[in-house]
Design a protein around this ligand. Structure first.
Ligand code: NAD
Length: 470
């Protein structure tokens, strides 16, 4: 890739002294250099965002809604360029549920957000007095994103932040910084200077931009998507400045299949619930519990469907799944699969491929004590647990510190809905898993996070309440 990538700070590209390499996980080739910002560069970004806040926070909501549409149009015009960068640095295929799909969703999310609104709410208006609830923007929002859906998660953070009158400093993952650098550069072309700013740093160079953002005096809120461990650090660093926090953290979602399912019919939905984005998805199905009456048929149908999926270089139009994004994640998946192989039956995959490629892997005969079931694998491997007693299954599914999503699969939708309501998780699906939509609040319970994103509830999280009584 020949393009030079720069930070966006204030009204211009911003030069820094050093850069770090970004690598294509399909090939190991260097695809570009990202700026390795210092904490002084972060200070410059926060200052630019703070200065832009004064004017942006008093623009009309109508103007900010129009800005979301302008963003959507701008990104749509540049969709193929963004998808190409994303595939090169993330590894996901261009086609299928890959980079082009992600950019389409980014554009759709900006358009949906443009229709949201935060009107003044009247609480009381009578002879005793008038009470109004106003929602006010916070100031500078710091957004910290992971490497699995770099553009979509960035849009989840940025669009509601700016619609509600805040300005933003975003820091993408050092594994996938380039697509975000380019997306924010494009957004800044249709926004006043300093409303969106992007700072990148390599976690290994010591500047720890994410940590510095969490503690920064000039940032009023952190919206963070990433692992539970880093989320805890963000919460600790944010305490002294009393930052508002939205934390979207790890999940270990259970999928419960009842004995009455039509195995062939649910196999494609189950497969994508588990293997979307190569399993590198916060809200994907990560533990599969199948009733003994349907177990063998479901496993056979899942394996048969998985065999139709082509894994390969993300830039090849024929690829449907790509590699694991980075060595750390590859090593984790390899460790969990090796452990599961010694305890269960490998029905598909199980052996690492070339480089960072790992084939879809399905291992049966496991229990809640096995690490592929009890830990978040965040990769293309699933452990299957056979169960006999429906009364025990909810307790088994809820036996986890995580509570992001969960699902129940059955021909009896009412029965499945009732069981879904007993799952300890932020979103419970019936006969599907992982579907997110911009009007439905999304967030985790237990250690999977704090607060929600999306829709009116998500938007409110970018504001403080002021009550006016007269
Ligand atoms: P990660 O926690 O390693 O990194 C996330 C971000 O935090 C990166 O930008 C990283 O540079 C930054 N960071 C690193 N150290 C930091 C610090 N001390 N303070 C602040 N920020 C710091 O996560 P990851 O490996 O990029 O992503 C995978 C994890 O994210 C998985 O656990 C997955 O389930 C979770 N995730 C959750 C959601 C959700 O919506 N709940 C969505 C996607 C991913």
């Amino acid at each position: 890739m020949s393009k030079a990538f720069s930070l966006t700070i204030g009204d211009a590209a911003y030069a820094v002294d050093s850069t770090f390499d970004v690598v294509n996980p399909s090939t190991g080739a260097v695809v570009g250099q990202a700026p390795d910002a210092s904490t002084e560069d972060l200070d410059a970004a926060v200052a630019a965002a703070n200065s832009a806040f004064k004017a942006w926070s008093v623009t009309s909501e109508k103007d900010r809604q129009a800005a979301c549409i302008a963003i959507a149009d701008k990104l749509e015009e540049n969709a193929e360029e963004l998808a190409q960068i994303l595939t090169r640095e993330q590894g996901k295929p261009l086609g299928g549920i890959g980079s082009r799909w992600e950019v389409e969703k980014v554009v759709a999310w900006a358009r949906f957000t443009s229709k949201l609104s935060l009107p003044v709410e009247g609480i009381q208006d009578n002879e005793a007095g008038r009470v109004e609830l106003h929602r006010k923007p916070l100031g500078v929002v710091g957004s910290i994103t992971p490497w699995n859906f770099p553009l979509l998660i960035a849009m989840w953070h940025v669009a509601p932040a700016i619609l509600s009158g805040n300005t933003v400093v975003i820091k993408p993952s050092p594994y996938t910084p380039l697509s975000t650098l380019r997306m924010i550069e494009l957004m800044s072309e249709v926004l006043p200077a300093g409303v969106v700013n992007c700072v990148t740093g390599s976690d290994s160079s010591g500047s720890n931009i994410g940590g510095a953002m969490s503690a920064h005096e000039g940032i009023r809120k952190i919206v963070f998507t990433g692992s539970c461990g880093t989320g805890e650090k963000v919460m600790e660093s944010a305490a002294s400045t009393m930052k508002r926090l939205t934390l979207e953290l790890g999940g270990n979602d259970a999928g419960i299949v009842l004995g009455d399912v039509d195995a062939e019919a649910i196999a494609p939905g189950l497969f994508w619930g588990i293997f979307i984005n190569n399993g590198q998805t916060c809200g994907s199905l990560k533990r599969l519990y199948v009733h003994e009456d349907a177990h063998d048929q479901v496993v056979d149908a899942l394996v048969a469907f998985a065999k139709t999926i082509k894994v390969g270089d993300g830039l090849a139009e024929s690829s449907v799944l790509g590699p694991i994004q980075n060595q750390m994640q590859f090593d984790k998946v390899s460790r969990l699969v090796a452990d599961a192989k010694s305890r269960g039956d490998v029905k598909l995959g199980g052996e690492p491929g070339e480089g960072l490629f790992f084939p879809p892997t399905i291992i049966t005969g496991l229990s809640n004590d096995d690490s592929l079931v009890s830990e978040e694998q965040f990769g293309p491997a699933i452990g299957v647990v056979k169960y006999t007693d429906q009364d025990d299954i909810i307790a088994m599914a809820n036996d986890s510190d995580n509570g992001l999503g969960g699902s129940v699969w059955s021909s009896d939708v009412e029965k499945a809905r009732a069981l879904a309501g007993q799952l300890e998780c932020g979103t419970a699906w019936v006969n599907k898993h992982g579907a997110l939509q911009p009007n439905a609040p999304f967030g985790g319970v237990k250690k999977s996070g704090l607060g929600v994103e999306f829709g009116d509830e998500g938007l409110k999280a970018y504001t403080d309440i002021q009550v006016i009584m007269s």
